[in-house]
Design a protein around this ligand. Structure first.
Ligand SMILES: C[S@@+](CC[C@H](N)C(=O)[O-])C[C@H]1O[C@@H](n2cnc3c(N)ncnc32)[C@H](O)[C@@H]1O
Length: 272
């Protein structure tokens, strides 16, 4: 099955070709992640505007997935929230950690690209999932040092366990050895694609929660004609999932509560 051709056929003028394409995309998504996340139901619901029978079948794919451990020192971390550091940012970091960490219980390092305040990566060290957090952003967020100090105090950790590099993510990543994971929350638009492709380039697993799906055809695996027919965010993330799988990765889909953020899908890739 060629999923890229199937995606193109989703916008075919012939109804039978479209139906066949829906089936193929569905089969492909199930084959890459049998627990296809409910997020994709939204995509499939759009399909129902065309073909109700298929949509009903596709929505059966929804399942609930595992929730991770409690956050240590949560109250102390929550007290960081103020007019500079929004509670939403804390909730996103906690929820992301809970969804992704059960899949990566023991790491030498986690690299947080487009890290902002840095909490997303630092949590992995505080919780004991990673020995080191490497936080990278092209500018140092005004909250970064404040968050770092709080995490080091709470976990009684040494200074070297959290490091910051002021770097553009288009520059080469620092060289690190051991078992690693790349993460990135809300790296806007094509920055997420850069994070995915850097991870693939280093054969590292990754977890990204994309946002700002408001561009067309910036990455060569985005097929612009589909964006005319379907919700752009869902269509782009499905194309990303297929791209990641074709690069030799297993893909796992998770989702944090949409009460925290509407941009809540997590794409997780693990080299096969
Ligand atoms: C929407 S914020 C997300 C911050 C953080 N991950 C979070 O969840 O709170 C996007 C971040 O990407 C950073 N950024 C934008 N372009 C970048 C680039 N080319 N290289 C590195 N960082 C970049 C910005 O400085 C900003 O901190």
């Amino acid at each position: 099955m060629n999923p890229v051709q199937a995606l193109k056929d989703l916008s075919h003028p012939n109804k039978e070709r479209r139906e066949e394409a829906y089936q193929k995309v569905r089969e492909y998504l199930v084959s890459i992640d049998p627990d296809v996340d409910p997020y994709f139901q939204q995509f499939f619901r759009k399909v129902s505007a065309y073909e109700g029978k298929l949509a009903r079948e596709l929505t059966k794919l929804a399942v609930n997935v595992i929730e991770g451990p409690e956050i240590k020192h949560e109250a102390e971390l929550r007290s960081l929230a103020d007019f500079r550091l929004k509670e939403k940012e804390l909730n996103e970091a906690f929820a992301f950690y809970k969804k992704v960490s059960p899949l990566f219980p023991s790491l030498d390092y986690v690299v947080d690209l487009c890290c902002g305040n840095g909490l997303n990566g630092m949590l992995w060290v505080l919780q004991g999932n990673a020995k080191k957090a490497v936080s990278i952003d092209r500018e140092e967020n005004p909250n970064f040092e404040r968050v770092r100090r709080r995490i080091l105090e709470c976990g009684n950790l040494n200074q070297e366990s959290i490091v910051f590099y002021q770097k553009d993510i288009y520059e080469p990543l620092p060289i690190l050895t051991g078992k690693g994971l790349i993460i990135s929350i809300h790296a806007c638009g094509e920055l997420t694609d850069k994070v995915i492709d850097s991870s693939i380039g280093h054969s590292l697993p990754f977890a990204v929660m994309p946002c700002c799906h408001d561009y067309e055809n910036k990455s060569d695996y985005i097929i612009p004609q589909i964006l005319r027919y379907f919700d752009i965010g869902i269509a782009i993330d499905i194309m990303r999932a297929i791209h990641i799988h074709q690069a030799g990765y297993d893909i796992i889909l998770r989702r944090i509560s949409e009460k925290i953020t509407e941009k809540n899908l997590i794409l997780i890739g693990k080299p096969r």
